[in-house]
Design a protein around this ligand. Structure first.
Ligand SMILES: NC(=O)c1ccc[n+]([C@@H]2O[C@H](COP(=O)([O-])OP(=O)(O)OC[C@H]3O[C@@H](n4cnc5c(N)ncnc54)[C@H](OP(=O)(O)O)[C@@H]3O)[C@@H](O)[C@H]2O)c1
Length: 286
């Protein structure tokens, strides 16, 4: 297994702390640089090492919001005059390609490593274990990203520069939008009288089980529910209820139902059931 060079992580946020924990678990040394007392407290709470922008390290990870990357790399390179590393990576799947240009013009090899995982402040220290990670960048940086991902137990894969926006849109659809869709479901359940805590737990469990089945069997096999079964009458009653009391939810239901129906078609739904379902889902005159 490759050894991990001393790594300085800028940003004591969700991704930076998760990565520092993963490097520690793999036997490497990572120091985290925070900009605020809250960040300092998080580093301490997780038992991680503090760092400073003046520490010499072979590898930098910039774990800050995408739009902050150009400014932070410029500050580190020119204002703070930090000792420069051989390689600097950011963790974004969607930042502009030249986000680390202030460093690359000074001879630092720059690239990125984007874990395809949702990371929160409560993520366990092994949260990155087995997680796919998109890597890229200039020669040495791409190789370093690949080696780091492999050494901490992630599964690296390459995405071309041209495909990065589409790749990151996919990640957003699968994570933030899944959370937003759960929010819609929780609100509808609460509106139907389900106690809020049970609505949250119940919808989260439903989604977690569906996600687990997608991972194990694929979307076509994992699909259940009234559209998959061809229960047109049930779908009509859903829409009657949503259109009457939560019309915005009705719109979201129809968008999601169209994709669900396409999946059901793939599983062999008879054409007459598809047609009846399409009719049920059509927008209604008010
Ligand atoms: N979270 C995920 O699920 C996830 C997954 C994959 C990749 N990523 C990527 O990881 C990167 C960081 O995301 P995140 O979710 O970890 O964000 P985050 O939790 O909001 O943390 C961002 C960190 O950056 C610091 N920061 C903000 N503005 C700064 C500035 N102007 N100068 C210096 N530091 C600044 C914050 O400091 P304070 O602590 O003082 O606020 C915080 O520690 C992003 O590129 C994101 O795409 C995130």
């Amino acid at each position: 297994m490759a050894t991990i060079p001393l790594t300085l992580i800028f940003g004591a946020g969700r991704a930076g702390l998760a990565l520092a924990s993963a490097i520690g678990l793999a036997g490497g040394q990572a120091r985290v640089v925070a900009r605020s007392p809250a960040g300092e407290a998080r580093i301490r709470a997780r038992g991680l090492d503090h760092g400073s922008a003046q520490d010499a390290a072979a590898l930098w990870i910039l774990a800050v919001p995408d739009d902050v990357l150009p400014r932070l790399s410029s500050v580190l390179a020119t204002e703070l005059r930090s000792p420069l590393p051989a390689v600097a990576l950011h963790l974004s799947g969607g930042a502009a390609l030249d986000a680390l240009e202030p460093l690359s013009v000074l001879g630092v090899s720059t690239g990125w490593m984007h874990p395809l995982q949702t990371l929160t402040f409560s993520s366990p220290s092994n949260a990155l274990q087995g997680v796919p990670a998109a890597v890229g960048g200039s020669g040495a940086a791409a190789a370093a990203a690949y080696a780091l991902a492999t050494t901490i137990g992630m599964q690296p894969f390459a995405v071309s520069d041209a495909d990065r926006p589409k790749y990151h849109a996919a990640a957003t659809l699968g994570s933030s939008f899944a959370v937003a869709l759960m929010d819609v479901a929780i609100q509808a359940a609460i509106d139907a009288g389900v106690p809020p805590v049970l609505a949250r737990n119940g919808i989260a469990r439903l989604t977690a089980t569906a996600a687990e089945r997608v991972g194990a069997e694929g979307t076509t096999e994992a699909l259940t529910g009234p559209i998959r079964r061809g229960d047109v009458g049930t779908v009509v009653r859903h829409l009657d209820a949503l259109d009457a009391t939560l019309p915005a939810h009705g719109l979201i239901y129809r968008v999601m139902a169209a994709r669900t129906l396409a999946l059901a078609q793939k599983s062999g739904m008879p054409p007459e059931t598809v047609a009846a379902m399409q009719q049920a889902l059509a927008p209604r005159a008010r």
